[in-house]
Design a protein around this ligand. Structure first.
Ligand SMILES: [Zn+2]
Length: 338
């Protein structure tokens, strides 16, 4: 089988041929992969902006069909369409027992390969794909489950509240689609004009503007302040700017991984006086099932690959895929193994 992996010595991708992996434990399943996702954040990792553990073991969403199961696997059978969720943690450390397996003290396991046509996965990591959800659509579960996690942490975000999304990449676009689907209309999205073009096609009626145009607004204008800022750019200068756009009691939700060396300034006086809240969200296995249900509810109308800027490449076309992401011509790459 083919797999795309990062060679530690060169820190570069290589397509390698190898044997189909075998189940080695009774709680595992063998999946024939149909699609596997690749995010721009993968490029950050490849460029050495993350620790080596994450560089060589990071992996992203995949979907496929079960080809074999261990003899202790219940509730799943050969032929089931499945997707793979985030690590459920060790189950026994302080954070796992506090409902935060994504902060597990033992870190992420490495039982799943990178991008490969077959993978062996513990049954605790897989989720059935509903009949009315495609194997392509279900790849969006990871960012949508992160979004659900963010909404839960942010507290009640009722219709009518003013929301700013910074960044119109795949994460920003998904946020825009979900907020529109949930009835929100007081939404502003900032990015450069090129990035905003794809959102214009969605006819949400949201305000689409640039950072500079937003900055030009008078601070006294009510259109300057927001109850929630959803930060999806990972750019510290954007984070610094939007702090001044927060309404009293406003919340800044950091959804994108920034560079480990990135920093921005905050005025603690303002944070105190205006009761501002800054928080980040990570993937969480407890919101993964809810992410699949959200995909069922939204369907093709909101989760169309083309309008979200997602392009499918064969695994052997990975060089073109990486260049496409680097050039900004696509928002997200999905590898097809079918
Ligand atoms: Zn743990």
């Amino acid at each position: 089988m083919q797999s795309l992996t990062v060679i530690p010595e060169t820190k570069k991708f290589e397509l390698v041929d190898g044997p189909v992996p075998k189940i080695t434990r009774p709680d595992q399943v063998l999946i024939k992969v149909a699609y596997a996702g690749f995010y721009e954040s993968g490029l950050h990792l490849l460029e050495g902006n993350a620790d080596s553990e994450r560089l060589f073991h990071f992996r992203h969403e995949l979907s496929g069909t079960i080809m074999d199961i261990g003899n202790e696997v219940k509730h799943f059978k050969k032929g089931d369409r499945v997707t793979v969720g985030p690590n459920a943690g060790c189950g026994s450390c302080l954070f796992c027992r506090s409902g935060r397996p994504y902060s597990c003290l033992l870190g992420s396991d490495s039982t799943i390969g990178t991008w490969a046509s077959f993978v062996v996965v513990p049954v605790t990591r897989i989720y059935k794909v509903p009949d009315n959800v495609t194997l392509q659509q279900v790849l969006l579960t990871k960012p949508l489950s992160q979004l659900i996690n963010a909404l839960q942490i942010a507290g009640p975000i009722t219709v009518g509240m003013k929301i700013l999304i910074t960044g119109a990449g795949i994460l920003g676009s998904l946020w825009a689609q979900v907020l529109y689907h949930q009835g929100h209309r007081q939404v502003t999205v900032i990015d450069n004009h090129n990035k905003l073009d794809s959102l214009k096609r969605n006819n949400t009626g949201f305000t689409l503007t640039t950072r500079d145009e937003l900055k030009k607004r008078e601070k006294t204008s009510s259109s300057y302040y927001f109850d929630l800022v959803v930060e999806t750019s990972g750019d510290p200068s954007v984070m610094e700017q939007v702090m001044s756009h927060l309404q009293k009691g406003g919340k800044l939700c950091c959804c994108q991984m920034a560079s480990p060396n990135a920093e921005f300034s905050v005025y603690p006086f303002e944070v105190f006086m205006r009761e501002l809240k800054i928080f980040s969200v990570n993937e969480n296995c407890f919101s993964f099932q809810a992410g699949i249900r959200l995909i069922e509810a939204m369907g093709n109308r909101y989760l169309d690959y083309e309008s979200l800027g997602i392009k499918i490449f064969p695994l052997e076309g990975y060089r073109e895929a990486v260049e496409a992401i680097k050039s900004g011509s696509v928002e997200k790459v999905v590898f097809s193994m079918e």
